[in-house]
Write a protein that binds this ligand. Structure first.
Ligand SMILES: NC(=O)c1ccc[n+]([C@@H]2O[C@H](COP(=O)([O-])OP(=O)(O)OC[C@H]3O[C@@H](n4cnc5c(N)ncnc54)[C@H](O)[C@@H]3O)[C@@H](O)[C@H]2O)c1
Length: 303
């Protein structure tokens, strides 16, 4: 019996047999504590936040590019970047700088609109061929929209939900399948937002807020469902960061409100997100972090 029903066969509801997820167990080597090694204090400190393997990073914008640099600084051997061609035009100089600064690492860009499931699946297949294996997925591809709710067009609502939620999901599913096939475990990091926790002010952004709340629940759902495969799934929730998403003269009044209402009196610098990302993605420091969301917002409890 199918585990889902269509509205036409409501009579079958009582005949369903629900699929069950399997949680991990203490003896599973993919989730058990890592063996202790005989290291010097400085080696132990370095290893605690080491990043190992290849990462797919979606969205090479302000936050994505900064995090890619941090991943490489902490030891990532390869970075596959998924973004749309229009953005590569502006991010190519920064990507070239990364290639020059980390010549030992493999860095490849792929034209991928994360809303397109086939493109995502093909690109993830290509990454496995190009890099040999995947260890991490970090999703930064995202768009914002600030419309009054009562005036919003369906296409604007859908665009935000499609990129931020469905795009993250397509990437996670494609990478999750590979990690499960590899039997390697791995780490997935989503980008939620303070907007997933609270309502921003003064700008109206119902679609964005809804999308980021969905990302938080995507995180927790996959963290539980994929635990037995050793796939840890976590998210970060940045506050207002100084990136192109929040730039422009038209945003000056809003920026002043955001800074004024923040206990630290300012917006965040993208670099200030890297520590949380490295913690969540590192095999050792992040070993028991699963289904977690780290809010990085300067203590912005006051909206
Ligand atoms: N900047 C902030 O204040 C802030 C705060 C909270 C959360 N976030 C989230 O952080 C993430 C990154 O934001 P940012 O500030 O770096 O923005 P950004 O605009 O600099 O980067 C976003 C990137 O996503 C890419 N992208 C958009 N649509 C895509 C698609 N369909 N397929 C593939 N790539 C696509 C863009 O081309 C761009 O490179 C987003 O998810 C955003 O919602 C940002």
């Amino acid at each position: 019996m199918a585990s889902t029903t269509s509205p036409d066969n409501r009579n079958d509801l009582t005949k369903r047999v629900l699929r069950q997820m399997t949680l991990s167990s203490a003896s599973n080597p993919l989730t058990a504590p890592l063996p202790k090694e005989n290291l010097t204090p400085s080696e132990r400190a370095r290893q605690r936040f080491a990043i190992e393997g290849n990462a797919i990073v979606t969205g090479a914008g302000g936050i994505g590019l900064s995090v890619i640099r941090a991943l490489l600084e902490h030891g990532a051997s390869g970075i596959a970047i998924f973004d749309v061609p229009v953005s590569y035009a502006t991010s190519i100089p920064a990507i070239d700088a990364l290639k020059a600064d980390f010549p030992q690492a493999k860095i490849i860009t792929y034209d991928v609109d994360v809303r397109n499931e086939n493109l995502v699946n093909d690109a993830v297949d290509r990454v496995v061929k190009d890099f040999g294996s995947i260890s991490m997925l970090l999703c930064f591809a995202g768009v914002v929209g600030c419309e009054h709710a009562h005036e919003m067009k369906a296409e604007d609502w859908k665009r935000v939900l499609d990129v931020n939620v469905t795009g993250s999901w397509f990437c996670a599913q494609a990478v999750g399948k590979k990690l499960i096939a590899q039997k390697s475990g791995g780490s997935i990091l989503f980008t939620a937002s303070i907007s997933g926790h609270r309502v921003n002010f003064p700008q109206p952004q119902v679609a964005y807020n809804t999308s980021k709340a969905a990302v938080l629940q995507l995180t927790r759902s996959l963290a539980a469902e994929w635990s037995s495969y050793g796939i840890r799934v976590n998210s970060i929730s940045p506050g207002y960061m100084d990136t192109i998403l929040n730039e422009g003269d038209g945003l000056a009044a809003s920026r002043a409100v955001w800074a004024d209402r923040n206990p630290m009196g300012r917006m965040g610098d993208v670099e200030e997100l890297s520590g949380a990302v490295i913690l969540l993605c590192s095999k050792r420091a992040g070993r028991y972090l699963n289904g977690a969301d780290i809010v990085v917002d300067g203590g912005g409890i006051i909206f």
